[in-house]
Design a protein around this ligand. Structure first.
Ligand SMILES: NC(=O)c1ccc[n+]([C@@H]2O[C@H](COP(=O)([O-])OP(=O)(O)OC[C@H]3O[C@@H](n4cnc5c(N)ncnc54)[C@H](O)[C@@H]3O)[C@@H](O)[C@H]2O)c1
Length: 262
């Protein structure tokens, strides 16, 4: 079945009115604003993040008129039995329309210093959780003939920084899954795309020893001479989640100010 049914949102309801969205890592540096933008567009958001203080900050910033559509799921993605049970509970009442696989950890050190356990943990958080979330949402999406899966990859897959071997490996896996899922799910009206953020000034960057030098390095590489903001990520996610993006699948959309092209 492939109905590609557009939702008939009433004026003022927002482009994603009625859509149920699962968003992992939703309270993070890029997720916080994107969650608010999804809510502003009418979506019901299941915002999953393990970080209590970030979750509370997201809750505090959520306007009261949309708060009823925000469901904060404070849980750890590495607890797969709990994750599977929670997803079963959510999908038992209605299908998920959009899954955004965004949560990630990004340890940085020379390759030889990673233990097997550390390598496995990055894979578990960054890749296996995406598989669990997508698997849970798939039957409902297939039955309704509409779905959007959005995997968040990274500019580091294309070039740049060293000492990120397990992270880059995990983003490569996500891109592979993006393409495989796109081919397999397209016949059911489900698209699967990735977005590859460039260098955004989030918490990870604050520990940089030379912030001004790093800023110059980033701007020198970008065609657009300003730093990216979470709104730039939100705009790409909102587009890929929309009805209008229904003919786009299997792509890795760089949101990096024109750092990488092609
Ligand atoms: N910020 C950037 O410049 C940048 C660049 C390239 C790619 N990205 C990608 O964008 C996405 C978001 O990045 P960000 O900058 O918002 O990172 P972030 O660290 O601010 O957010 C990630 C969120 O995931 C959550 N998380 C991590 N492990 C978890 C687990 N086991 N269970 C539940 N939640 C968990 C964290 O609590 C955090 O809130 C990531 O996939 C990242 O790889 C970011």
């Amino acid at each position: 079945m492939n109905r590609e049914t557009p939702l008939t949102a009433k004026p003022g309801q927002g482009a994603l009115a009625g859509r149920r969205v699962l968003y992992t890592g939703a309270s993070g540096g890029l997720g916080h604003q994107t969650t608010l933008d999804l809510l502003a567009q009418g979506a019901e958001v299941f915002a999953l993040d393990r970080d209590h203080s970030k979750n509370e900050s997201l809750r505090a910033d959520t306007p009261p008129d949309v708060a009823a559509r925000l469901h904060l799921l404070e849980m750890d993605l590495t607890d797969q039995p709990a994750l599977t049970a929670k997803l079963a509970e959510i999908t038992a009442t209605a299908p998920l329309d959009v899954v955004i696989n965004n949560a990630a950890i990004y340890p940085s050190k020379p390759f030889e210093e990673y233990s097997d356990a550390e390598l496995r943990l990055v894979h578990q958080v960054n890749v296996e959780s995406a598989i669990v979330c997508t698997r849970a949402a798939l039957p409902g999406m297939r039955d309704q003939g509409w779905g959007r899966i959005i995997n968040v990859t990274s500019i580091t897959l294309t070039g740049g920084w060293e000492n990120l071997a397990p992270y880059v490996q995990s983003k490569g896996s996500l891109l592979g899954l993006t393409r495989a899922w796109a081919r397999e799910f397209g016949k059911w009206g489900i698209t699967c795309n990735a977005i590859a953020p460039g260098a955004f000034p989030t918490d990870a960057e604050k520990i940089h020893p030379d912030p001004e030098g790093y800023r110059k390095f980033v701007l020198d590489h970008q065609a657009v001479k300003r730093r990216g903001t979470p709104h730039d990520i939100a705009a790409a996610i909102l587009f890929l989640a929309s009805d209008g993006a229904g003919f786009i699948t299997g792509q890795n959309l760089a949101v990096d100010g024109g750092w990488n092209m092609g």
